[in-house]
Write a protein of this length. Sequence first.
Length: 71
Amino acid sequence: MEPVAYSIDEFCKAHRISRAMYYKLDSQGLGPRVMRVGTRAIISKESAADWRRDREAEGAQASHIAETVAA
């Protein structure tokens, strides 16, 4: 069964990033949306998908800027 939500550790493992990178991105406002359930932080499947889409868009924009500067 595919998870519908991730703990921070599960999110990091699924997205192949370290916890340190997760917290760095989060402090920059670039982390995924998080639900609080009691003291737990949970990241929904939808939030993870939105986060991936946002990071991909940033990467594409950075590539376009680099190509424009190089030309």
